[in-house]
Design a binder for this molecule. Sequence first.
Ligand code: CU
Length: 194
Amino acid sequence: MNSLGKSAVVVVLITALGGFAGAWIAWNSDEPTSHYISIKARQYAFEPSVIRVNRGDTLHIKLISLDVVHGFFLEGYDLDAEIFAHQKSFNIRHPSKGKEWSEVNEFTLITNRRGKFRYRCSHTCGSMHPFMQGELIVQPNTPFHASVGGTLGLFVGMLWIFAQRRKTRLFDNGEMSAPPDQSRRAGDRQAAPH
Ligand SMILES: [Cu+2]
């Protein structure tokens, strides 16, 4: 392999290493944040209709209905709710654990699963009821950290190549001590007749 090929391999390795380091840091250090979210239900939408958080965050959720009885079923988190119009409290249950409702003013959810989870109205509330839905997006944070790590790695790799090139150039210009046979040839050239 020539020196250019070797340099390329080194840069790729360092970049990948930086990326992995960034991803590893992200994986182990999702800083948990608390979010206080009031979700308003009305015919036929949830407000907000998209909730974007990071994995490991704690969500304190209040559900409010502005008109009729609505439901709130969150995919992937085993949660269903029943929201009565203009009331502070609402009912929740965990479908996998039974049909009993419990009345609460707020519930807490830790976003331990990544991905997109739909929430939809689970109580028939009118003609457009099937379209009443929103989306909880739980982001991993990983791509950002990995790209920062990768960029840093690339930068270090470039510096390394630059240092290598510079060393080679100094040799070529004779500014650094060259091997003996080369200096002799340079001397011969200078001594040649004009
Ligand atoms: Cu509804």
